[in-house]
Design a protein around this ligand. Structure first.
Ligand code: 5GP
Length: 216
């Protein structure tokens, strides 16, 4: 066990299956903490099930004024404007969870991700993509939550986001859900073993060995 949690960012094209992947990861491995973002967009209603997104669960749905107040009070780690709405990561929860040693995951878009990485270079960036652009279009159509015009907007946005993929530490192809959950978990497990996160352990073992060999 390391004493401090890892901050991870999961981004990906809209329709890449990030939401399902995150839900799957959390239900299988409850040690992760998923940050809940604030947004000025309205809750979405799933056309297939008729269910609406929930405040405090999917997002904190707030007004533009409330969002701008959070910016002024420096209550957000990062924020970005996406398709005409604000999205941002509330600072408090993330810092509390990291201090407790939990691995915290932010599910945010590419501009927010690069802001977090610039502030905290040890952040692990994972980009989730479907196997192909064709598959992305199929998934967006199947979701049934957006109009054809909105789908076109999301695909246009995906073309821009693809430019950012190179800056990520990992690219995760989300084809089989169970396999993707296992791969994402493996990424975080491996990150815990990085030399840069093991400095205390290295110092302790070195000191212990030296102590042990004294007088030998
Ligand atoms: P959606 O409207 O589909 O829920 O989200 C649109 C995009 O905003 C997604 O790429 C999602 O990852 C991103 N997003 C959600 N929360 C945040 C946030 O707190 N900050 C940033 N920068 N992006 C976010």
């Amino acid at each position: 066990m390391t004493s401090k949690g890892i901050l991870g960012v999961v981004s990906g094209f809209s329709g890449a299956g990030k939401g399902t992947l995150m839900k799957g990861l959390l239900s299988k491995y409850p040690q992760y903490a998923l940050s809940i973002s604030a947004t000025t967009r309205k809750p979405r209603i799933n056309a297939a099930t008729g269910e609406s997104e929930k405040d405090g669960e999917d997002y904190f749905f707030i007004s533009k004024e409330e969002f701008e107040h959070m910016i002024d009070q420096d209550e957000l780690i990062e924020y970005a404007c996406y398709q005409g709405n604000y999205y941002g990561t509330p600072r408090r929860y993330v810092e509390d969870m990291l201090a407790e040693g939990r691995d915290v995951i932010l599910e945010i878009e590419v501009q927010g991700a690069s802001k977090v990485k610039a502030k905290r270079p040890d952040t692990v960036l994972v980009f989730v993509t479907p196997p192909s652009a064709g598959e992305l279009k199929v998934r967006l159509n199947k979701r049934g939550t957006e109009t054809p015009e909105q789908i076109k907007g999301r695909l246009r946005r995906a073309t821009e986001e693809a430019e950012y993929m190179q800056a990520y530490d990992y690219v995760l192809v989300n084809d089989d859900l169970e396999e993707s959950i296992a791969n994402l978990h493996a990424i975080f497990r491996s990150e815990h073993s990085r030399t840069m996160r093991s400095e205390k352990r290295i110092a302790n073992i070195t000191a212990e060995l030296k102590e042990m060999m004294k007088g030998e």
